[in-house]
Each structure stands twice: as structure tokens, then as C-alpha cells.
Design a protein around this ligand. Structure first.
Ligand code: SF4
Ligand code: SF4
Length: 469
């Protein structure tokens, strides 16, 4: 089997992934229905082997587009190697304008909030919509989200949430771009539920978490936005705030990707007093309480801080990632400590809950499911397995060239939801929400919307009335 090919650094990086996974072969069957990347990788490999058709640069570029960084594959290095290959490609050749636009929800949301009604009216006008789709490479059948009358960030400013509360239990809420610009009702539900449980909410100035641009190989924008968030959020942490995210993808980036490699850094090793021949890393099995000791010379190439975000200070990365919580995880902890009010009003309905990939990758189980099961009248059951995928993959489901694959990948999960015929679907991922809204006739909610509605009796019904759940 070929181990490298000619071509640029990007091609060589993706080719090395192809060779490694082809030799291993584990994911040929394991990932057959759960990911678009591996079936294409083995198809290319088989064609090359059986028909002597060389895998070219174009094939490898297309292959790299199919990884959405869902984190499911057994080797965490694989998706990050793919991102490295894409990043090298963008560094060398630049990024096509249509991809730059498509992967930039923040800029789209900021532009749209100036005149959302006009924006929606223009997009409803077929010739304009067609031009936009063409310019951005969006498939003609993909449903486009409408902009809300007011973004969450504007609402939060009007509500005075950009001012730091000085007392009481308090959180800094990182809403993310999807809830901030597209689904403000989700972010308002988060605020409603937190406040009705006596928790003061501060909405700091925030940039996109960086995931959409990271996945497309746009390193400069990703690092610029992450750097700005790092400064603001660390300041909030220093002032006693817990940072919470209602978007599992923002949480995955700040909790999991941000600290990759950071524990191997010299700064961290000095801080934890590691001996000259050892590397000390937190013992995850004991919840970070205690260390695993590794021999320094065993894996010198692996035990170093050279991950995607290693340009940022390792101790700052660790500090932020250890102080960010998924909002469901935060609420579950409050509930366990008996601080959370669970006097819910009735929310009638039979719903299914889909736990998204980036929640799974945070290894926090399904905290929202446990909380929702305490709402009287609400029958909510888990749907789909860890191997199921909504198929949206961030912007992949919008792209003209991958739309069909996006729908195909989603099909097993969509069939399970159809078989359950629920009154509504619940998921904390707003990218999954867009796909479910596109393919299914059921309303889709974030768990926080149901929790906010459940505590309606405590908050005078204002959330229920305003958001017409
Ligand atoms: S991701 Fe890991 S387990 Fe899967 S084929 Fe590649 S090397 Fe093997
Ligand atoms: S991260 Fe997800 S999409 Fe990417 S290769 Fe692994 S399983 Fe496939």
C-alpha cells in the first residue's frame, strides 16, 4: 500500500490519514452508517487497490470535506489531522469566498440583526434567494432559517444582562451564534430558567466559539475569535462566574478541544511539580482528582503541547476549559446539591430526546433528560443511539455538493423519530434542530425551553406567553 503521495502538505496529511486508516481497517464496518468520511476513505482505497486508480488531490480534498468533527471515531487524532490538512490547504490556496460566508454565522447574524424583516423579505423573494444560494453554494432544496425580529444579544443588552451582577450565585452565559442570532427563544429560556432558580445571569461580550471556521480550515479567524473569548471569559472566571454554554458544540470546543495537549506543556508540568522523568496528567477516571503518571521518554512525539490551540498559554487554556460547563451539566449539579427548584408546572406531551454528538464528547451523560423527566405530564424518551447522526454537520448539510449525503446520513435517525411519532422533538443542538425542522413535521425544542415552560408557575407565565410553546 502506498504510504505517501506527491503534492502539497495538505495532500500529504490527508493521504497519511487514508493510509493509516486503510491499514487498520477497523472503521470500515464500524463507521459504515455513522459517518460520511470513512465509507469514502475505504471506497477510494479499494478503487486504488483493485483498479489501480490513483487517489488524486481532488479526491483527498473532497474526502477531507466529509469529516464534520463529530468525534465519534475511535482515534481522536484522525479528525484533528483532517483539520490540519484543511488548514494547510487554506493557508496555501486561500478559502473560497462561498465557504467563508457559509461558515460565518456570526457575520451573517450581525448583518441580519440590522434589518431582520427586510432580510427575511428579501430571502423570501425567489430571484434574490436563488442568487444568494448560488453565491454561497447552498443546495436549492435546503430550507434557510428566518432571522428573528431581535437577536438574543440585543435583547440581553436591553434587559441589562451585559452588566455584571455583584452578588448571589452567578453565571456568565455563552449563548453561541445559533441561539444568539437564529434561535433567541432558546437563550431567553436559559435566562428565564436560571433566574427563576435564583441564579444571576451575565451575558459577556462574545465572539463565535470558532468551531464553524475551524472545521473549514480558517485558522486565522478561529484563533482571533477564540483569543477574544479567552480574555473575556477568563476575566469573568476570575471574578467568580461559572461560564455556562447551552450549545454543545461551543462547549465541546472550549472544554475538550481547547485543552488538548495543554497538560503536557512545561508550564503545567512545573505547576503540578512533575519529576524530571515523568509527565503528570489529571486522572479523568477520578474526576480530575489525582494524577496519572507517564514515563516522559515513552512517547516523546505524543506527550507534547502541539495541538491546534497550543499558540495560546497552556495554563489559560486549562483554566478556561476547567471552568466552562454545559448548562445541562450545571443544572444537574445544582439539582444534586438540592439548590435547584424543581417545582415544575405541567407540560403535557409525548416527546423524544436526541442527545447530540458534541454533548456525548463532553462525557457528561444526558443531564437534560434526567431533569425533563421531572416535569409532570411530559413523557420524554431517548431516541437514537450514539452511532446515529443528524447529518447536518454544521454547514455541510447546506452545501450543494453534500446535501444528498447529509440526508442519507440522517436517514436511520429520522426513521427512528418517525416510528416514534412524537408530539415534538427535543435536542440541545441547534444544528440538529435545523435538520429536524427540514426533514420532519414535528416541532423541535431545546430542553431549556421545556424547563422554562415547566417553571412557568414560578415565573408568572411570561415565558410561555411570549414564546408560544
Ligand atoms: S480511526 Fe483509528 S480505529 Fe478507525 S480506522 Fe482509523 S486508525 Fe483505525
Ligand atoms: S470525527 Fe466524525 S465525521 Fe470525522 S471521521 Fe470521525 S466519525 Fe467521521
Amino acid at each position: 500500500m502506498q504510504t505517501t503521495s506527491g503534492g502539497d502538505a495538505s495532500t500529504k496529511t490527508i493521504r497519511a490519514v487514508l493510509d493509516g486508516c486503510a491499514d487498520c481497517d477497523t472503521c470500515r464496518f464500524l463507521m459504515e452508517e455513522s459517518c460520511l468520511f470513512f465509507p469514502e476513505l475505504y471506497r477510494l482505497y479499494d478503487e486504488e487497490k483493485e483498479h489501480r486508480r490513483t487517489v488524486g488531490e481532488k479526491d483527498l480534498r473532497r474526502l477531507s470535506e466529509l469529516c464534520t468533527l463529530c468525534g465519534l471515531c475511535p482515534c481522536p487524532d484522525i479528525p484533528m489531522d483532517v483539520i490540519r490538512g484543511k488548514t494547510e490547504r487554506v493557508r496555501q490556496y486561500g478559502m473560497p469566498r462561498r465557504i467563508r460566508w457559509l461558515a460565518d454565522v456570526q457575520t451573517f447574524g450581525q448583518m441580519g440583526r440590522i434589518a431582520p424583516r427586510l432580510f427575511n423579505r428579501l430571502l423570501a423573494f425567489a430571484p434574490v434567494c436563488g442568487m444568494v444560494r448560488k453565491a454561497m453554494g447552498i443546495h436549492p432544496d435546503r430550507r434557510l432559517p428566518a432571522l428573528p425580529a431581535e437577536s438574543f444579544f440585543d435583547w440581553a443588552r436591553r434587559a441589562g444582562l451585559d452588566r455584571k451582577p455583584d452578588q448571589g450565585p452567578k453565571v456568565a452565559y455563552f449563548a453561541g451564534c445559533s441561539a444568539g442570532y437564529l434561535f433567541p427563544e432558546v437563550a431567553r429560556a436559559a435566562v428565564t430558567f436560571l433566574r427563576n432558580n435564583g441564579i444571576a445571569v451575565y451575558v459577556p461580550s462574545q465572539q463565535c466559539c470558532g468551531m464553524p471556521t475551524l472545521v473549514e480550515g480558517n485558522r486565522k479567524t478561529t484563533l482571533g475569535r477564540l483569543g477574544a473569548n479567552l480574555r473575556t471569559l477568563l476575566q469573568a472566571v476570575g471574578e467568580g462566574f461559572t461560564v455556562v454554554c447551552s450549545c454543545p458544540t461551543c462547549g465541546f470546543l472550549m472544554k475538550v478541544l481547547l485543552r488538548q495537549g495543554a497538560y503536557f506543556s512545561n508550564a503545567y508540568q512545573r505547576e503540578v511539580g512533575a519529576g524530571p522523568d515523568e509527565i503528570k496528567v489529571p486522572d479523568e477516571s477520578r474526576g480530575g482528582d489525582g494524577f496519572v503518571r507517564l514515563k516522559k521518554n515513552l512517547y516523546p512525539q505524543l506527550l507534547k503541547d502541539d495541538a491546534y490551540f497550543s499558540g495560546f498559554d497552556a495554563l489559560e487554556r486549562i483554566r478556561l476549559s476547567e471552568n466552562v460547563m454545559d448548562l445541562g451539566e450545571f443544572l444537574a449539579r445544582w439539582y444534586k446539591d438540592k439548590w435547584l427548584s424543581v417545582r415544575f408546572g405541567e407540560v403535557p406531551g409525548r416527546m423524544v430526546y436526541y442527545a447530540p454528538c458534541h454533548q456525548r464528547e463532553q462525557k457528561i451523560k444526558t443531564p437534560y433528560l434526567d431533569l425533563m423527566q421531572r416535569i409532570p405530564g411530559l413523557a420524554v424518551a431517548s431516541v437514537g443511539s450514539v452511532m446515529d447522526c443528524c447529518g447536518m454537520g454544521g454547514s455541510l448539510g447546506y452545501k450543494q455538493e453534500f446535501y444528498e449525503e447529509s440526508i442519507r446520513l440522517a436517514t436511520p435517525l429520522i426513521e427512528k423519530i418517525r416510528a416514534a411519532a412524537p408530539d415534538a422533538i427535543v435536542t440541545d443542538c441547534l444544528s440538529c434542530r435545523l435538520q429536524f425542522q427540514h426533514l420532519l413535521p414535528y416541532p423541535v425544542y431545546h430542553p431549556l425551553e421545556l424547563l422554562a415552560r415547566g417553571c412557568e408557575g414560578l415565573c408568572g407565565g411570561s415565558y410561555w406567553l411570549k414564546n408560544k410553546l
